[in-house]
Design a protein around this ligand. Structure first.
Ligand SMILES: [Zn+2]
Length: 49
């Protein structure tokens, strides 16, 4: 039971990554450090709907 999530840059709100995770194991919102092409640097990306 894995759910699709979208990761959005916390700086520019650009949605850069689609991934999946198990919401039963990780019900809380997680942050992932990813490269944002718009900001041109690594920044925390948050889950969005
Ligand atoms: Zn960004």
């Amino acid at each position: 039971m894995r759910d699709n999530i979208i990761l959005a840059c916390t700086e520019c709100q650009e949605r850069n990554y689609h991934t999946t995770k198990n919401k039963r194991q990780h019900p809380e919102r997680q942050e992932y450090r990813k490269f944002c092409p718009r900001c041109n640097q690594h920044l925390p990306h948050k889950e969005t709907k």
